[in-house]
Design a protein around this ligand. Structure first.
Ligand code: 7RM
Length: 655
C-alpha cells in the first residue's frame, strides 16, 4: 500500500453516506445472494470463465486453451468453435422454446410486432441466405445503418450466421460519418431503411446513405427496409428492397462454424480528436461475458422476466444488452423505436405498464430528463411489475439514483449502476442485485472475474482515494484491437500505465472499497492546483432541489489556471435567474468547499450530448472559453450549443 500522496491525481470529497442492502424479499429468489461467484473467480480466474463459457453457450467444438495472454493481445477459448446466431436462436428453438417471445417490438407511431424465437430464427436464416446470394461470405464486413426496427437485430444475426462482421452505424449519424466508417471497414454491403420514426417525424436514412455511398467503392449492394413508406431513390443493380429479396429466400440456412477468436463485429467509437476507432469484438469471449453479465447483473429469470434495455442498438449497450446477451440467455425483451416524449411524456411508463416490464436498463441522461419532467407521468402508471433497475453511460448522480429508485422503482427495486465501455464489450463494475449493498452513485465493485485498480500518476495502486481507473487482467469480452491500427490500440489503452489497461476514466475507492466513477480524466478541472472531478461538482448541483441536470467545465483563468463554469438545467417548476445562480454557487461551496464553487452559472434548457446521451463537456469548454467549436459530428442536436452560447454571453461573472 502506498502513502496518501500530497498532490493526488484527483481530489475527492465523497459526501454520500446512504446505503441500501438487498431486501430479504429480493434475495429470497435471487440467482446470487452472497460472495460465491466472487470467491470462485478469485480462486481460479480462467476456470471461472471456462465454466461460464460452458454453461451459457453451445459450442460446436470445445476449446483447447482457455486463455492465451500476450499483453496487450488476449485470445480466449482458443480452438473452440461456435456460431453466435446459433447461440442466440437455434438452440432455443431446438430446446422447445420456439414459441417464447424474443421481442415485443413497438414502433413510435404505436404499431407493434411480437416476434418469437422461432420467427426470429426463420427471418434471420432467410436474410442470411439473401446475404450469401449477394456475395457476402465469411470474413467480410457489412455496414448497417438502421432505425430501431426488428430488421436491425435480424441483419446483425444474419451477418453472424454467415460469418461476416457487422458494423452498425447509429441511425442518427451523418452521411459523412457513415462514409468514413464504411471506408475504414471496407464494407461490401450496406443494410439500411427508407427512414425511421423520431418524435413523430420520419427521419430519412436512405438519403444520407446515398450521399455516403457516392464515395464508398467497396460497397457492392444495398438492402433497404421499407419503414416509413417515404419515396427513396433506388440505384438499379445496387439497391434492393428487403421485402423483395426476402420473398423467395429459404428459412433454412446452415450457420458458418466460427473460431472463438473470429471477428463478430466492429463498432466505431469516436475519439475526442482523431478519427473514429473501429473497436473489434470476437465471438466466444464476447458472447460469454455478454451473457454472463446480462444474467447475473440483472438477476435474469428468463422464464418470467420481461426485460427492457431502452438504449439504441447503434451503441454498444444495444449490441450487448438488446441483441447478444438477452438472446443468448433466451430472454423476452421489449424493443422500442422512438423517443420517450411521443406522443406524451409518459410513453416509457405506458410501455412498462402494458408489457409488465420487470427489468429496465437505461442511462442517467434519460433519468435526469424524467426528473426535469416531474413525477406526475410515472405516478400515473402502474410500474409495480418492475423489480430491477439498471443505469449505464455516465456517472449517475446520487440524487438521480435516488429519484430512479423512488419514483420508478417504488423504493422496492435494487438499482444497478453498471460501468463499462465499448472497449470492454460487457459490464465490468456493478452490483449483483441480490448480494451487494448499494450506495447511490457508486458502481460498487468489479464483477467476478474482473480485476480493476485505481492508480496514481505514477501507476501506483491507490487503495483508498482518487486516481485513474485501470484493469489489470484480461477479460473475455475485451476488445481485440482497433481495426487496421494495432499501434493506436497499444498507444490508446496500454501505454499510459505499464501492464495495465487504461480506461480514460477517473475513479475513487472509498473506505469500504466501493468504486465511484468520476468522469473522463480529460474533463478533470484544475483550480489553483486542485484537481477536481466534474462528477462530484455536478452531483452537488443535482442534489439541490431546483436542479435536474448540470455539467461543469474548467474554463481558462489567468489567476487560478481554470475556473469552474456550471451549465444547469432546472426542474420543470423552477425559475432560473441570478438569485438561484448565487444560491447554487453557495450550495456547492457548502457541500464541497470553496475551491469547487462555480464562478459562473449558466441556465440552459438542454446540454450538448452524444447520441447515447453523454454530455459533451469539450464543447461546453469551447463555449466557456469563447472558442470556435471543435468537431460536432457526434452531437445529437446541434442547435443546443448555439442556444447555450447565447446564454453564456449574457451570464453574469462572479468572483
Ligand atoms: C457502455 C458505454 C464508455 C464511457 C466510460 C465512462 C462512461 C459508462 C458508466 C460510465 C460512470 C457508469 N460505452 N460510463 N458507464 N461512467 N458510471 N456506470 O457507455 O463506450 O459509449 O462509453 O462511458 O466514461 O469510459 S461507451
Amino acid at each position: 500500500m502506498t502513502e496518501p500522496t500530497e498532490n493526488p491525481a484527483i481530489e475527492v470529497y465523497g459526501l454520500e453516506d446512504r446505503s441500501f442492502p438487498p431486501s430479504e424479499e429480493f434475495r429470497a429468489s435471487a440467482l446470487v445472494r452472497g460472495s460465491e461467484l466472487h470467491d470462485e473467480a478469485a480462486r481460479d480466474h480462467e476456470g471461472f470463465w471456462a465454466r461460464q463459457a460452458a454453461d451459457l453457450l453451445s459450442w460446436r467444438r470445445q476449446w483447447d486453451t482457455v486463455l492465451e495472454w500476450d499483453l496487450p493481445y488476449a485470445r480466449w477459448f482458443v480452438g473452440g468453435q461456435l456460431n453466435a446466431s446459433e447461440n442466440c436462436l437455434d438452440r432455443h428453438v431446438e430446446a422447445g422454446r420456439g414459441d417464447k417471445v424474443a421481442f415485443h417490438w413497438e414502433g413510435e407511431p404505436g404499431d407493434t410486432r411480437t416476434i418469437t424465437y422461432r420467427e426470429l430464427h426463420a427471418e434471420v436464416c432467410r436474410f442470411a441466405n439473401v446475404l450469401r446470394d449477394l456475395g457476402v461470405a465469411k470474413g467480410d464486413r457489412v455496414a448497417i445503418y438502421m432505425p430501431m426496427i426488428p430488421e436491425l437485430p435480424v441483419a446483425m444475426l444474419a451477418c453472424a450466421r454467415v460469418g461476416a462482421a457487422h458494423s452498425v452505424v447509429f441511425g442518427g449519424f451523418s452521411a459523412e460519418s457513415l462514409r468514413g466508417r464504411i471506408v475504414d471497414a471496407q464494407a461490401k454491403v450496406l443494410i439500411t431503411a427508407d427512414g425511421g420514426w423520431r418524435r413523430g417525424k420520419a427521419v430519412p436514412l436512405k438519403a444520407s446513405a446515398d450521399a455516403a455511398l457516392e464515395d464508398t467503392p467497396s460497397i457492392e449492394h444495398v438492402v433497404v427496409v421499407r419503414r416509413t413508406g417515404d419515396e427513396v431513390a433506388m440505384a438499379a443493380g445496387r439497391d434492393h428492397w428487403y421485402h423483395d429479396v426476402m420473398a423467395g429466400a429459404s428459412t433454412e440456412c446452415a450457420a458458418e462454424v466460427m473460431e472463438a477468436e473470429d471477428l463478430l463485429y466492429l463498432l466505431y467509437t469516436s475519439g475526442t480528436t482523431a478519427s473514429p476507432k473501429g473497436i473489434m469484438h470476437t465471438t466466444g469471449g464476447y458472447l460469454t461475458q455478454a451473457a454472463f453479465t446480462h444474467k447475473y447483473v440483472f438477476d435474469l429469470h428468463a422464464d418470467t422476466d420481461v426485460y427492457w434495455c431502452a438504449a439504441d442498438i447503434g451503441w454498444v449497450t444495444g449490441h450487448s444488452y438488446i441483441v447478444y446477451g438477452p438472446l443468448v440467455n433466451g430472454a423476452t425483451s421489449v424493443m422500442y423505436e422512438g423517443s420517450p416524449d411521443h406522443p406524451g411524456r409518459d410513453r416509457w411508463w405506458d410501455i412498462v405498464e402494458r408489457y409488465k416490464v420487470t427489468i429496465l436498463y437505461t442511462a442517467p441522461t434519460a433519468i435526469r430528463t424524467f426528473m426535469k419532467w416531474g413525477t406526475t407521468e410515472p405516478a400515473s402508471h402502474d410500474l409495480s411489475s418492475l423489480r430491477v433497475l439498471g443505469s449505464v453511460g455516465e456517472p449517475i448522480n446520487p440524487e438521480a439514483w435516488m429519484w430512479y429508485r423512488r419514483h420508478i422503482g417504488g423504493d422496492r427495486c435494487p438499482v444497478v449502476d453498471t460501468w463499462w465501455q465499448t472497449e470492454t464489450g460487457a459490464i465490468m463494475i456493478s452490483p449483483l442485485p441480490g448480494a451487494t449493498t448499494t450506495k447511490p452513485g457508486s458502481a460498487t465493485f468489479p464483477l467476478p472475474g474482473i480485476a480493476a485498480e485505481v492508480v496514481d500518476d505514477r501507476g501506483q495502486p491507490v487503495e483508498r482515494g482518487g486516481g485513474y481507473l485501470t484493469l489489470t487482467r484480461p477479460w473475455p469480452s475485451m476488445l481485440r484491437g482497433i481495426y487496421g491500427d494495432p499501434q493506436r490500440y497499444h498507444d490508446t489503452y496500454w501505454s499510459r500505465f505499464e501492464g495495465r489497461y487504461f480506461a480514460g476514466d477517473g475513479a475513487r475507492v472509498d473506505d469500504d472499497g466501493y468504486f465511484w466513477l468520476l468522469g473522463r480524466v480529460d474533463d478533470v478541472m484544475n483550480i489553483s492546483g486542485h484537481r477536481v472531478s466534474t462528477t462530484e461538482v455536478e452531483s452537488a448541483l443535482v442534489a439541490h432541489a431546483a436542479v435536474a441536470e448540470a455539467a461543469v467545465v474548467g474554463a481558462k483563468d489567468e489567476v487560478t489556471g481554470q475556473r469552474i463554469v456550471a451549465f444547469v438545467t432546472c426542474k420543470g417548476d423552477q425559475t432560473p435567474g441570478d438569485e438561484l445562480g448565487q444560491e447554487l454557487r453557495a450550495h456547492v461551496a457548502t457541500k464541497i468547499g470553496p475551491t469547487a464553487r462555480p464562478r459562473t452559472v449558466i441556465f440552459t434548457d438542454d446540454l450538448p450530448k452524444t447520441r447515447s446521451g453523454k454530455i459533451m463537456r469539450r464543447l461546453l469548454r469551447d463555449v466557456a472559453d469563447g472558442r470556435d467549436l471543435g468537431d460536432t459530428t457526434t452531437l445529437a442536436d446541434a442547435s443546443v450549443v448555439d442556444e447555450i452560447r447565447r446564454r453564456a454571453e449574457a451570464a453574469p461573472q462572479d468572483d
